[in-house]
Design a protein around this ligand. Structure first.
Ligand code: NAD
Length: 485
């Protein structure tokens, strides 16, 4: 094995703590003392970390301490420090809370004082950083979608198990009452066998600009591209807003392949995740996906290129259950039983059960059913689903308890949901230019497909040093062994 700085550091720490030598499986996971806090580092200071992942976790001052930030955009990195210090000024009256800064995530991961990391990065970076963090023994918060390809996700999920680390995925709907209620009822037969699930994920609109712009001096654009094509010319609408006042705006990459795949993985990681939860598919998945979509119009110098409308049928349970993912449905998930009765959930504050025939005039509400009585919770469901009232607190509590099974999401379930989303993307990609679209057959047990063209789309992204095999090897792990689990 080549001796890199990381290998050296690993070997040095292994001498002091032989039980944590990377490459060993089944790391011990420890409980925190009552007054001890989880030291958290944030990788990626962008829209989601500043609107959700920092503010919604830092407020638990008795559970955690935010001590470090990392970003390859130095303007955003400095903003991360200010942002955290401002939060502590409000929360604990500290004038200037110490926050370490890192331009390279490897250096943050090398810091032994950091116990856990929030990974709030564009989707094409999830696998490399999550794998490095787990290999280094950190607990992770990983934004959804879990991974950009199916094989990338398998690597993360296997490492999480091998390293025995706490993983929470940003699919936070699993910690919201109405999603839990509907899924538990659907799974436990309240409307009988589920024959159809209608899933609405919204629709992206064309935009962005393909004009070539100079790369801002504060942005390490070569690294931002990471495992994707290095020749992609820079335009702000490919990456993220340079004006810090717009940090909370939707970044361009989210509707630009191969950094994001569009709504199928973006909102699919929320909605298809809920469909799989309610169908009891956290350790399996569909048998096939068929359908078609329309692609963005990139004429006139527009840049974004993901799908717009979509109409996909996922077949589950030997064809008995059709999960129809279509932009025509309202945002949300509707489970329909064998006799036509249904249960429905979506985001929103009002979680009052309501009847569609009531004065709302049939407008969808966050928690609905074809008959209000169907929404009564079950006293002792045969298949209870894990509950959590707060996704961020749940992650911190699981770390402090030293219990990777405590989180509302977990790496294996996230990999299965992410796989379903990726299969939808693969189906749309393979159906390009074909009137009736395409079908991708899937064996959930082997996590494989018989279609060679689809197999090619499962592979991890890699470019030069940005590849999972080298990343893992630099921490003493063998890619093939991790992939086999
Ligand atoms: N859970 C949710 O509800 C939800 C909603 C929307 C998006 N997301 C997900 O959140 C994640 C972040 O999205 P965002 O909108 O905040 O993106 P963003 O582009 O606004 O922020 C990402 C930040 O990561 C930095 N970055 C990129 N590569 C890096 C690297 N290798 N090392 C260090 N920093 C790097 C960028 O410079 C940027 O500041 C995405 O995975 C997205 O899909 C989650």
């Amino acid at each position: 094995m080549q001796i890199s700085r990381r290998n050296f550091l690993d070997a040095a720490s292994a001498a002091a703590f032989p039980f944590i030598f990377p490459g060993c499986t089944g790391l011990s996971v420890r409980k925190y003392a009552a007054n001890e806090k989880v030291n958290v580092g944030v990788i990626g200071i962008g829209r989601i970390s500043t609107t959700m992942d920092i503010p919604l976790a830092i407020k638990f001052t008795n559970l955690c301490r935010f001590t470090a930030v990392c970003d390859l955009d130095s303007k955003r990195l400095a903003h991360g420090v200010d942002f955290i210090q401002k939060q502590y000024r409000k929360l604990t009256k500290e004038e200037k809370a110490p926050v370490k800064t890192f331009a390279d995530y490897h250096d943050l991961l090398d810091d032994p004082s950091i116990d856990a990391v929030e990974i709030c990065l564009p989707d094409h970076w999830h696998a490399l950083v999550a794998s490095a963090a787990l290999a280094k023994g950190k607990h992770i918060w990983l934004q959804k979608p879990f991974a950009q390809t199916i094989t990338e996700g398998r690597i993360i999920a296997n490492l999480a198990r091998m390293q025995n680390r706490v993983v929470q995925v940003g699919s936070w709907q699993r910690s919201v009452t109405q999603f839990h209620r509907v899924c538990e009822l659907a799974l436990n037969g309240r409307v009988g066998e589920i024959v159809r699930v209608e899933v609405g994920c919204g629709c992206d609109k064309p935009g962005g600009s393909s004009a070539v712009q100079p790369v801002p001096s504060n942005l390490n654009y070569e690294m931002w591209l990471g495992p994707t094509d290095e020749k992609a010319p820079y335009n702000e609408t490919r990456v993220h807003a340079q004006d810090l006042k717009k940090i909370a705006s939707r970044p361009g990459w989210i509707q630009m392949a191969p950094y994001g795949w569009g709504m199928i993985t973006n909102w699919g990681a929320h909605q298809i995740d809920i469909a799989q939860w309610g169908l009891g598919k956290d350790d399996s998945g569909p048998e096939s996906v068929s359908g078609t979509c329309e692609w963005m119009d990139t004429s006139g110098g527009k840049l974004w290129n993901v799908h717009t409308t979509y109409d996909l049928h996922y077949s589950y349970n030997g064809g008995k259950t059709d999960v129809h993912v279509c932009n025509k449905y309202p945002m949300g998930i509707k489970f329909i039983g064998e006799k036509g009765e249904w249960l429905y959930c979506m985001r929103g504050k009002a979680v009052t059960p309501s009847d569609p025939s009531s004065s709302t005039g049939g407008k969808m509400k966050p928690l609905m059913a074809s008959k209000v009585s169907l929404l009564e919770p079950m006293a002792n469901p045969a298949k209870p689903l894990k509950t959590s009232k707060d996704h961020w607190k749940n992650w911190l509590e699981a770390i402090r308890a030293g219990d990777p099974t405590m989180t509302a999401t977990n790496a294996e379930a996230a990999q299965r949901s992410s796989t379903a989303c990726c299969l939808g993307q693969m189906c749309m990609e393979l159906g390009r230019g074909k009137k009736d679209g395409a079908t991708v057959k899937w064996c959930a047990k082997k996590e494989d497909t018989c279609c060679d063209k689809a197999k090619a789309l499962m592979k991890p992204f890699a470019r030069g040093k940005y590849n999972l095999a080298d990343e893992l090897s630099s921490y003493g792990f063998d890619y093939e062994k991790v992939l086999r689990g």
